[in-house]
Design a protein around this ligand. Structure first.
Ligand SMILES: Nc1ncnc2c1ncn2[C@@H]1O[C@H](COP(=O)(O)OP(=O)(O)OP(=O)(O)O)[C@@H](O)[C@H]1O
Ligand SMILES: [Mg+2]
Length: 245
């Protein structure tokens, strides 16, 4: 069965896009057919993967084209127009738009990875409704716990009304620095929170690593840009953990 993984956190700058890009690249390098979709109006992922596609996911949401036409190099680009999504997705059933679109192509892929915006609006609800799993990225800091609790309320609502099968596959700590007390204290709190919420913190932690920022400037994934960096090692480990290896 195709695994559809939504990378989520309504907090900004916590490694969602970085994780979406490198998780998809790592799965692809393992031989899995993987589709990556940029659902964020900021289009950071579209910039980072550097695919020059003619259409975007907005064209699919607005029924201009089929989802098949929007795929270019196993990628569907984002659009700044996604910030106006509520003007076109305003009918009953609007939460299911992405799920319905994906049903046409789901059999062509082993994995579909969804990068979402830092908000809990219509797009994130669509992503969670379409997903088989949610992967929460979080930075170990003082505000993370609050954010994760709020996020869970949304996840529970989506499970109740739109997608009972949805699972939270885990919380991924990003920009991790084990030498700082704040990272260590916050990590312990997040692990306890995860237990309360019936999920886990991934054993893999993505360390703070300058190669990540450099890779995004030159529009490459971390494996192609710096194969021997800490971040490359960590994202490789995440891929294996997600595959259960
Ligand atoms: N492991 C890391 N080491 C160093 N920098 C990182 C790491 N992960 C992410 N970053 C940097 O942190 C910033 C935020 O990362 P990213 O864009 O992936 O977060 P995001 O959650 O997608 O943000 P937004 O909510 O705005 O979409 C970026 O500048 C990125 O280069
Ligand atoms: Mg992002």
């Amino acid at each position: 069965m195709t695994r559809i993984i939504s990378i989520i956190n309504q907090k900004g700058g916590v490694g969602k896009t970085t994780t979406a890009q490198n998780l998809a690249a790592g799965l692809e390098k393992k031989g899995f057919k993987t589709l990556l979709i940029d659902l964020d109006a900021q289009c950071n992922l579209t910039y980072s993967v550097n695919v020059d596609s003619k259409y975007t996911i907005y064209d699919v949401f607005s029924d201009k084209i089929s989802i098949k036409e929007a795929i270019y190099n196993n990628f569907i680009a984002g659009s700044p127009l996604l910030s106006t999504i509520d003007t076109i997705l305003n009918q009953t059933g609007k939460e299911y738009k992405l799920k319905e679109a994906l049903s046409d192509i789901i059999n062509h892929f082993d994995f579909i990875i969804l990068d979402t915006p830092p908000a809990l609006g219509t797009i994130t609800i669509n992503a969670l409704t379409a997903a088989t799993e949610a992967l929460i990225t979080a930075q170990p800091d003082a505000y993370s716990l609050q954010g994760i609790s709020q996020l869970y309320q949304t996840i529970f609502a989506v499970k109740k009304y739109c997608n009972p099968q949805l699972k939270v596959c885990g919380i991924l700590l990003t920009r991790y620095n084990k030498r700082t007390i704040i990272s260590n204290n916050a990590t312990t709190s997040i692990i306890n929170k995860a237990k309360q919420l019936n999920t886990k913190v991934f054993d893999t932690k993505i360390r703070e690593c300058t190669a990540i920022k450099e890779s995004q400037v030159v529009q490459k994934n971390i494996f192609d840009y710096a194969k021997y960096s800490n971040a490359s090692f960590d994202y490789q480990k995440l891929v294996e953990e997600i595959l259960g290896e």
